[in-house]
Design a protein around this ligand. Structure first.
Ligand code: 2AM
Ligand code: CA
Ligand code: CA
Ligand code: CA
Length: 281
């Protein structure tokens, strides 16, 4: 059965400790432009900090749970096909850690202070622990399945807006400039007149944490990977919100086009994206 610990070691405590340590190290490297590389395209960056943070996270998890599997962004070849293959490869694992060591690399490189560390633990394919850490604001978001979600020791709840017209919504500009970017422009064109305003701040994991904390009413993005969303998805559902694909189907680790909201405005957003032909499907 699902458990939150092996022996005396709490999964959540390890996730929190690991995300905090990695985040503090990342923060200490802010403004360091060394070893900037492009990965898949000029829009897809990776730095020694992404790689170093992932190494640190893997080491800490392995020290505590040597038999658990780890899926981390920097251990996977770039591109959607390799991401899907990497996820398929670990789909049979009982305990799987899903790690984005630095979500918002472009922001980090430019010194735009909106990035995060995302660590999730899945048990038989279902996320049971999710932690997102924003080192800039020293904000640690924690969720345990069935036990709620917390920010600075306080229970998080999603926002209360009932209508899109009262809502602050976030999305992302996809890294894929060929099919996903024009598609999301269509989504933005459809959604932006209906909402109070739109934000595009560049960290999917942190956008999702903001939905959980009630700072955003919703978020959607096309072409993401499991490590961008796994922790954020649990934060949101444990805060009373809703996470699906952009068609409104239930979230699972293989979802790439995500819609996450306070629940109330979910169907309205599904409808807008569908009518704009901007679901990504
Ligand atoms: P990253 O910073 O960890 O790479 C911003 O729109 C979001 O897209 C971020 O969460 C970012 O994660 C992610 N992202 C950046 N490049 C990407 C790519 N090539 N494919 C998919 N997602 C990407
Ligand atoms: Ca990346
Ligand atoms: Ca990411
Ligand atoms: Ca990353």
């Amino acid at each position: 059965a699902q458990s939150f610990a092996v022996g005396s070691k709490s999964f959540t405590a390890v996730a929190i400790n690991t995300a905090s340590k990695a985040g503090e190290w990342i923060q200490s490297k802010l403004g360091d432009y060394n070893n900037l590389q492009t990965k898949y395209s000029v829009h897809d960056l990776v730095t020694e900090v992404d790689k170093g943070a992932e190494k640190m996270i893997r080491n800490l998890i392995q020290t505590h749970f040597p038999h658990h599997a780890i899926l981390g962004e920097e251990g996977v070849e770039p591109g959607p096909a390799a991401s899907q293959a990497a996820l398929d490869q670990v789909s049979g694992e009982e305990y799987l850690w899903i790690v984005d060591p630095l979500d918002g690399t472009t922001n980090f490189v430019h010194g735009f202070p909106f990035f995060s560390v995302s660590i999730a633990l899945a048990y038989n394919g279902e996320v049971i622990v999710g932690v997102v850490y924003n080192p800039v604001h020293d904000e640690l978001y924690v969720a345990e399945k069935g036990k709620g979600a917390y920010l600075k020791g306080r229970t998080m709840r999603v926002s209360k807006e009932l209508r899109l017209s009262d809502s602050l919504i976030a999305t992302g500009f996809p890294a894929d400039r060929n099919w996903a970017l024009p598609l999301n422009f269509a989504g933005i064109q459809a959604v932006s007149p209906k909402v109070r305003n739109l934000r595009v701040a560049g960290s999917a994991a942190l956008h999702m944490a903001y939905v959980a904390a009630g700072r955003l009413s919703g978020f959607w993005e096309i072409g993401l990977n499991s490590w961008d969303m796994a922790a954020g998805a649990l934060l949101i559902t444990e805060s009373g919100g809703k996470v699906t694909d952009t068609l409104g189907n239930p979230y699972h680790l293989g979802v790439r086009h995500v819609l996450a909201t306070n629940g109330h405005i979910h169907q309205e957003l599904v409808n807008e994206l569908a009518s704009a032909g901007a679901t990504g499907y």
